[in-house]
Design a protein around this ligand. Structure first.
Ligand code: PRX
Length: 648
């Protein structure tokens, strides 16, 4: 599929960027006056309590500052400012796992957010700058909690509900959180599941920072209440006033932390700002999703990931859109669930991950044809490369060959889209993220900044600071510098390296080729191999382990572990050990990091200095020929031995 797919112009009425000429004009406007153009958008798009006086401060690079001097409030920009014109418009449409529905208009959302913000202040003594950990299912209260934090200037740190108690505890301690907001649990595939017991275990030791736990009662299953610590959200909220003043925040005040995996065992608390983040969330919502006032937009992500932050909560609401939140899973009660919802709510933009597309394709290739999907205009994908087969099905069967597909490339650290087609303008090449958005200077370069020749793999770098970029790693500014500004330079100056490889073709189209570090991408979720290895090493009988990604039909990449045992008493034991190792992973990280496959090997391919040659292990698991030089290995014969075990 090398041909291009042109946007169907009749699908779009007054898109902000109509064609490639307009795209190029905007890119040139940024080129001519980078700061001036950003300043123009910041003034036009956001409501400020006090105007900013300096657009970009590069004096302490890479700790860039945007819009200094300005004061604003993100929750105010997401809700209050819309009340003049959209108070009765649906802000959030919630659909529960079992089909229960709830619509919150902008006015109702304003009330709920204010009540929650007042509750946080009055009942839990939460002040500007305090950290609040949010461990919630996909229910409106998750968004309300995030916005309530933003309203009073507290910094939220949402932890994905699939993380284990250990992982939750690490994140609570690192952020030194004062309050945890959770739910008893929620519903999945028609059955209740629990979250509060995980919080209880997390708080058993080491979390002295946590003073209170606020529990939303969603599934009404029995839970333990710790007197003096645990409080019912549903009860406390009743007494709170539905007006709360929005705290004026400095542009650079942190809005949230979101922990993500890196190449060492410890997750990184990615810190985002207020003004720059919300500006880009809104702008990309308008450019990439072509959001119009009557649209209903649905992103299937979980609020526990950056996609949920930027494109379920902050972006859509800042743009005054109607955003759908779904508690359930796409395959329950059957693989037509998403399409049934698209029909019912007349969804105009549908945004999901390639993993979900592959799963829905596999489980229900004909399902889309059973529903009226004519409302769809834009189909989005995010999180991992999409393969041509999944792309084709999405384009033809879901989009009826008339929708634009936006393959959005970005990361937790970038805050919002970096490289993406513009739906009404960009001719699309399947499985290709196409071009950098206006204002984003994305370059494929070598470590020294020279452009990588076309058709070859280079480092995907963003060579100018942009407003929604990560500001630092919480508590670890050195790691921030080293992780993102330590690898690539341009004109002698460190530039932001994404950790991804990419390739530019003859027509300047950018294709992302995947991570270049020890991070794997499982179902569009980032997983540090070091984190999984640390969990496996806790097993008494494990002497050494190396984890790599293995291509997987549905997940994109699965987790494959090469394990060296201290004593190997035969296959029966190995089966037992697999179970034990997976149970350890579940405890340490969560079910999302379970190994798909394991091989017990006599040793790992190590250099004489003890470095594990992971590239060899990656090649073996993919069944590729070993092209790496093995002569530097301590024991070159180990490669053949491992190959025989893995590939027979
Ligand atoms: O490797 C890239 C991949 O996902 C990584 C970012 O993961 P995370 O921070 O969890 O954020 C996911 C949601 C934005 C990137 O470094 N990735 C993301 N989008 C794409 C992608 N790979 C290829 N194509 C994409 N569209």
């Amino acid at each position: 599929m090398n041909n291009k797919f042109y946007p169907k112009k009749e699908m779009f009425q007054e898109p902000l960027i109509k064609n490639m000429c307009e795209y190029k004009e905007l890119v040139e406007e940024f080129e001519k006056d980078y700061e001036g153009t950003w300043a123009k958008f910041a003034k036009e798009k956001l409501d400020w309590f006090e105007p900013f006086t300096r657009t970009l401060d590069e004096s302490n690079a890479p700790f860039y500052r945007w819009f200094d001097g300005g004061k604003l409030n993100v929750a105010y920009n997401c809700i209050d400012r819309h009340l003049k014109t959209k108070k009765n418009k649906a802000a959030i449409i919630f659909e529960g796992d079992n089909g229960d529905k709830r619509i919150l208009t902008y006015r109702e959302l304003a009330y709920e957010v204010s009540k929650t913000a007042n509750m946080f202040k009055n009942q839990f003594n939460i002040k500007k700058g305090d950290r609040v950990v949010v461990y919630m299912p996909m229910i409106p209260e998750a968004a309300i909690t995030m916005l309530a934090c933003a309203k009073i200037g507290a910094i939220h740190s949402v932890v994905f509900g699939g993380f284990s108690a250990e992982a939750l505890r690490d994140r609570i301690i690192d952020a030194s959180a004062k309050l945890v907001v959770t739910a008893d649990g929620a519903f999945r595939k028609g059955k209740p599941y629990m979250l509060k017991p995980v919080v209880d275990t997390a708080l058993e030791h080491g979390c002295e920072c946590v003073e209170k736990v606020c529990v939303v009662e969603r599934n009404e299953q029995e839970i333990t209440w710790v007197a003096g610590r645990d409080y019912s959200y549903n009860e406390l909220i009743k007494n709170e006033s539905s007006f709360c003043k929005s705290e004026p925040m400095d542009s650079e005040d942190p809005l949230f932390l979101l922990y993500t995996s890196g190449s060492t065992g410890k997750p990184k608390g990615v810190q985002h700002s207020s003004a720059g983040y919300i500006l880009w969330a809104q702008m990309t919502m308008e450019w990439v999703f072509d959001i119009k006032d009557n649209d209903t937009y649905w992103c299937t992500a979980d609020v526990g990931w950056i996609t949920g932050h930027t494109y379920i909560v902050y972006g859509p609401l800042a743009a005054g859109a109607t955003t759908v939140m779904f508690e359930g899973v796409p395959t329950f009660p059957d693989a037509g669930r998403c399409w049934q919802m698209v029909e019912e709510y007349r969804i105009n933009q549908f945004y999901t991950a390639p993993t979900a597309i592959r799963l829905l394709h596999k489980m229900g290739a004909d399902e889309p044809s059973k529903y009226d999907l004519s409302s769809l205009r834009i189909l989005g994908t995010v999180g991992e490369p999409i393969d041509p087969a999944a792309w084709k099905w999405y384009y033809e069967e879901v989009g009826g060959s008339k929708c634009s597909i936006v393959d959005t490339y970005w990361q937790t650290e970038t805050g919002g889209h970096m490289i993406s087609p513009l739906p009404a303008a960009t001719p699309i090449k399947p499985a290709c993220a196409t071009f950098a958005l206006p204002g984003i200077v994305a370059e494929v370069i070598e470590e020294d900044g020279t452009p990588t020749p076309r058709g070859e793999k280079g480092f995907m770098c963003i060579t100018k600071p942009w407003p929604s970029m990560i500001r630092t790693i919480w508590n670890d500014p050195e790691r921030f510098k080293k992780s993102y500004f330590g690898d690539c330079k341009k004109d002698g100056k460190p530039v932001y390296f994404t950790g991804d490889g990419a390739m530019i073709d003859d027509e300047d189209y950018i294709t992302i080729t995947g991570r270049t570090d020890d991070v794997i991408n499982v179902s569009g979720h980032r997983m540090g191999t070091a984190e999984v290895e640390a969990a496996i090493k806790k097993h008494d009988n494990v002497a050494a382990v190396a984890v790599v990604g293995k291509p997987h039909d549905i997940k994109g990449e699965g987790i494959f572990a090469y394990v060296v045992l201290k004593s190997d008493d035969g296959i029966a034991d190995e089966l037992e050990i697999i179970k034990e190792i997976n149970s350890l992973i579940k405890t340490e990280i969560g079910a999302i990091a379970l190994c798909d496959d394991m091989a017990f090997v006599p040793d790992l391919p190590k250099t004489r200095s003890g470095k594990i040659m992971r590239r060899i292990l990656r090649s073996i698991v993919k069944g590729e020929a070993i092209t790496q030089d093995t002569s530097t290995l301590e024991d070159p014969s180990i490669v053949q031995k491992i190959e025989n075990i893995v590939n027979g």
